[in-house]
Design a protein around this ligand. Structure first.
Ligand code: MG
Length: 380
């Protein structure tokens, strides 16, 4: 006898906190569907995301380093898997809905352009008079319209809760399906958001050290790194060199996750929400680092921006990405037939600019580079 959906609801009732989103009480979709016999709505969403083309393309998209430049470096797929794992750890520790939090984490970077942030910036500039380009909103466009899988509608028809979780920026009071969203996201979305930040702080420092763009000595200007080294040396004072650095990265991530869980547990106790709705109109998120750790992680973030993302070594890469994406976008605006027919069809509903942006944003680094070379060669 298999575990039925009713059993799953009962299990959720037993182990989830009252402020967690319960699958039984949510899971509304744009196109209503019958309950699945043995998966909750959020478990189905996670599977739909995993089986999407956009998810598979993450493997060939830049996280920080251009896709394919190093066998050990992260790409957007490995980043996403790490975010999902840390999101689940935080959600489980706080008795939140792990399936919902994981689905949001797995989808959170689907909307990224090729060539990482340089690519996004280029596309945002090119789309300036069309409302710009934002990878969070693009993730929503992908799951709502661009993935084609079902016979009777476009998109993969995810639940309201996952779609809301993808709309990160709340200051300007965005709307979803004509409904103005509250200032805060669900705790599950907050967990995925914080996990995203701390994951990339940790693994970008790791990748930076691994490929020699950062060195541990230089990182010692950061309190959070000195702390991580101290934790690592406590474990084994004789360890040094790359082994010490690798273990210190592990300690850095563990320290950040530990701080996030402990602080969030204190916040939940202090605010004492009795339902998932109770957190939506608070003046702050409850899944958070302590004030001290917020400061320390901000220092690390600023350090990574200065020395890694926009440091001298990646400058050429950033410029190249800009040139290539601008070229591809303009070329497609001139020759929309380059997109192929399913993308070209979207011109009728979305306009040429948005259809071209959807097409360019969906490219992997690999495809964008090949297409750039091919079109340039044709010109010569
Ligand atoms: Mg991310």
């Amino acid at each position: 006898m298999f575990r039925s959906i009713k059993d799953l609801y009962r299990l959720e009732n037993d182990y989830l906190a009252p402020f967690a989103v319960h699958a039984e009480c949510g899971g509304k979709r744009r196109f209503p569907e019958k309950e699945h016999p043995f998966r909750t709505a959020f478990q189905r969403d996670r599977d739909r995301i995993l089986h999407s083309k956009a998810f598979r393309r993450l493997e060939y998209k830049t996280q920080v380093f251009l896709s394919g430049t190093g066998d050990h470096l992260r790409n957007r797929l490995t980043h996403t898997i790490e975010v999902a794992a840390i999101t689940r750890t935080i959600a489980r520790a706080l008795r939140l809905n792990e399936d919902l939090a994981e689905a949001i984490a797995l989808a959170h970077d689907l909307g990224h352009t090729p060539y990482g942030h340089a690519g996004e910036r280029a596309l945002h500039e090119l789309m300036a008079d069309q409302g710009g380009f934002d990878h969070n909103l693009q993730a929503l466009r992908i799951v709502d319209f661009l993935e084609i899988k079902y016979p009777d509608y476009d998109g993969i028809n995810l639940t309201w809760e996952v779609r809301c979780g993808l709309m990160k920026h709340r200051e300007d009071g965005p709307e979803l399906d004509g409904v103005k969203l509250p200032p805060q996201c669900s705790l599950e979305a907050q967990a995925a958001d914080l996990a995203d930040d701390l994951t990339y702080y940790g693994h970008d420092a790791d990748d930076g050290l691994d490929c020699g763009l950062l060195n541990s000595k230089q990182m010692e200007e950061l309190e959070i790194w000195r702390e991580a080294l101290e934790t690592a040396r406590k474990k084994d004072p004789s360890v040094s060199g790359p082994r010490l650095e690798a273990y210190a990265i592990r300690c850095l991530i563990d320290n950040m996750v530990g701080n996030a869980i402990r602080t969030s547990a204190e916040m939940l106790q202090a605010y004492n929400p009795s339902s998932p709705e109770d957190v939506l109109y608070l003046d702050r998120p409850l899944i958070t680092f302590s004030e001290e750790y917020t400061r320390k992680t901000q220092e690390l973030k600023a350090f990574l921006y200065k020395n890694l993302y926009f440091g001298e070594a990646l400058k050429g890469l950033n410029e190249m990405s800009h040139v290539r994406l601008s070229y591809l976008y303009r070329k497609i605006m001139e020759h929309p037939e380059l997109m192929g027919c399913s993308a070209e069809k979207r011109i009728a509903t979305s306009g040429i600019c948005r259809a071209a942006a959807d097409y360019v944003a969906g490219m992997t680094d690999r495809f964008a580079s090949k297409e750039y070379e091919r079109l340039r060669n044709m010109e010569e």
